[in-house]
Design a protein around this ligand. Structure first.
Ligand SMILES: [Fe+2]
Length: 190
């Protein structure tokens, strides 16, 4: 089992988050139970902000590839904590390809990150967005994007996916267009 719940369960959809609701929930949920239900990007943004604000796990910073840890798995979403040293980033990717695409939201816990989103069309380009601590950004299940720490300081981010993230398909973007490259399994090939 690859799950470990180190952040509290999110409040019910209509329940307001309370300051004292950030206690560690020791319940372990099996990622294999994740279904195909998708939460809206608005709900994902709210969850990412809630989890980021109530985080109890201290991230680690590792040279080479960025550090990533699955911190919560529920029936319709899961949350990952990522730590980025300066210069660390992802390739352009989607969240599951055609088999089980996931929508996502990322909340920056600390530091600064840059998100690159592919603008679709006959001549796709990249839209660049700067994200600072407290910012939340969402993508739907068809978006191809990438993230990188272009700052000079470490950064931490909390990512929520719905349904859970099984794999990412990476892409190459050049003057000929956007082309799929590889499939990476979540948490294993990152
Ligand atoms: Fe992503």
């Amino acid at each position: 089992m690859r799950t470990s719940a180190v952040i509290p369960a999110a409040p019910a959809r209509r329940e307001a988050a309370r300051p004292d609701s950030g206690r560690l929930d020791s319940a372990r949920l099996d990622a294999a139970r994740l279904g195909s239900a998708r939460l809206s990007t608005g709900r994902l943004e709210a969850l990412a902000g809630f989890y980021a604000a109530n985080l109890t796990l201290r991230p680690r910073f590792t040279k080479g590839s960025r550090w990533a840890r699955l911190v919560l798995a529920g029936p319709d979403h899961e949350a990952w904590l990522l730590a980025w040293l300066p210069g660390q980033g992802t390739e352009l990717h989607d969240h599951g390809g055609v088999a089980r695409p996931a929508a996502a939201a990322v909340a920056v816990v600390s530091g600064r990150l840059t998100e690159f989103t592919v603008t679709p069309g006959d001549f796709p380009g990249l839209h660049r967005k700067a994200l600072a601590a407290g910012d939340v950004s969402a993508v739907d299940d068809r978006t191809v994007h990438g993230m990188r720490n272009d700052s000079g300081a470490p950064a931490v981010s909390l990512h929520v996916y719905s349904p859970g993230l099984e794999a990412m398909r990476t892409y190459l973007l050049d003057e000929t267009g956007l082309a799929p490259s590889r499939i990476k399994r979540a948490g294993e090939d990152w």
